[in-house]
Design a protein around this ligand. Structure first.
Ligand code: T4K
Length: 396
């Protein structure tokens, strides 16, 4: 007997994709522009150590975000680590668990204790009302994450920071091109951190940046990313190698050149998915604040397992069998990953929203490498599975 995981078409469902559809396919609309830049790099023989493309990339970001300083580095994770170290944070830092594990790891890597705080079910971001109960005499900072590009409640976090004398910083890895209060994300708190990993809205293959309006902090970050060098043979402080290379900057600049077109594609994909799934109430698409700019880099669904008749994980299995490689970001939550699971075995008790969302969230493929027809078929697969949930459950 054939199994529904072999092919839904055998059960009258939509066809299986012959090639996998991935979440996180890199955005690259104009490869010829990248090739031209790479030729220039090769001709110049200047590959890294603050080359001209890195400087141009930083300037373009400063202009785009309306922030005073941008320090480009080799990844979002290193950006977080350098920032945390430059701010000389100590003890505990309040952070969501519902984020990529790099947010927590960057703290732990610097010898700090991430204290996981629950999130708002509507925004998937730190719930300001819950932060207060985690503040102790050891707390030195709040690290918010603008998850999926939806802005944190920046004002509320800022007020808490002022009231308790805490640094407030933001992991804006998902939020390039998004706004808060009508202003581009990049200037909030003491500093914000971007990721330009291959899977991000702006992709530099690997890359990251710290943006800030604090000139003194920016100066320290620049020293730190380059071993503490302030000039030939002059070292001012402990530093690391966090430099972005010219090839990454070339890719980043090429993405910046196509930013409006990438955004248009993301918006269109998002609209198409919403249309395709509008008759499937058990799958809800997350909502964004109407007045803010969004990059729509992620298509995020919440699965209601009772209404759908299938759990998020069952749907994921079915999609995977059809070659739709959806993802369950950020399952199971940092607090259920090592070393945090062993360090705080009871953390889940105060992270009810995190735990519920970690079991319900499903990300679908989007970006510049997916077409309208493919989105429609993904929608049909999901609708078909839910319409036939009873039969499918028996076979799973
Ligand atoms: N903070 C937050 C909130 C973050 O989300 C991230 C990174 C960071 C901090 C740290 O920034 P970075 O240090 O990474 O700059 C991926 C990315 O590696 C990671 O950057 C990203 N968040 C996270 C959300 O996604 P994985 O473990 O899911 O990667 P992987 O290898 O499974 O790839 C993801 C998908 O992308 C797959 O479907 C395959 C596809 N893909 C990937 C690459 C690299 C491609 O199609 N082509 C490619 O070249 O973490």
């Amino acid at each position: 007997m054939k199994h529904c995981l072999d092919d839904l078409a055998l059960f009258g469902g939509p066809p299986c994709f012959s090639e996998p559809l991935h979440v996180g396919r890199p955005n690259l609309l104009k490869p010829h522009q990248l090739r031209t830049r790479i030729d220039e790099i090769l001709d110049r023989r200047w590959f890294t150590n603050n080359g001209p493309y890195v400087e141009e990339f930083e300037q373009r970001i400063v202009q785009h975000l309306g922030v005073s300083h941008c320090v480009a580095v080799c990844s979002g994770t290193v950006a977080l680590q350098i920032l945390i170290r430059a701010l000389e944070l100590t003890g505990e830092v309040i952070v969501p668990s519902f984020t990529f594990v790099a947010t927590a790891h960057a703290l732990k890597w610097q010898g700090l204790t991430p204290v996981f705080c629950d999130i708002d079910p509507g925004t998937h971001n730190l719930d300001p009302d819950r932060i207060r109960s985690h503040i102790t005499s050891r707390t030195s900072a709040i690290l918010g994450v603008h998850l999926w590009g939806r802005p944190c409640d920046v004002d509320a976090l800022g007020q808490l920071g002022e009231q308790y004398g805490l640094e407030v910083l933001f992991d804006a890895a998902h939020a390039f091109g998004c706004s808060y209060g009508g202003r581009m994300i990049g200037s909030n708190g003491r500093a914000e951190v971007f990721s330009f990993h291959a899977t991000k809205f702006v992709n530099a293959i690997e890359g990251g940046a710290i943006t800030t309006n604090d000139a003194e902090l920016a100066g320290r970050l620049r020293l730190m990313r380059n071993f503490g060098f302030s000039g030939y043979d002059q070292v001012e402080s402990v530093g690391t190698n966090g430099k972005m290379n010219e090839f990454s900057a070339a890719m980043g600049l090429t993405c910046l050149d196509s930013l409006d077109a990438i955004l248009e594609i993301n918006r269109r994909n998002d609209r198409l998915y919403r249309d395709c799934l509008s008759d499937v109430p058990s799958l809800s698409s997350i909502e964004y604040p109407k007045t803010e700019r969004q990059n729509r880099q992620y298509v995020v669904l919440e699965v209601d397992p009772d209404a759908a008749g299938l759990s998020r994980d069952q749907l994921l299995k079915l999609l995977t069998a059809e070659n739709v490689l959806a993802r369950r970001y950020f399952y199971p939550g940092c607090h259920r990953m090592e070393p945090y699971r062993s360090l705080y075995p009871d953390a889940g008790r105060s992270l009810r929203v995190t735990e519920a969302l970690a079991d319900r969230v499903l990300l679908l493929p989007t970006g510049t490498s997916i077409g309208d027809d493919q989105i429609e078929i993904v929608g049909q697969i999901l609708s078909f599975c839910i319409d036939h949930a009873v039969e499918i459950r028996r076979l799973l």
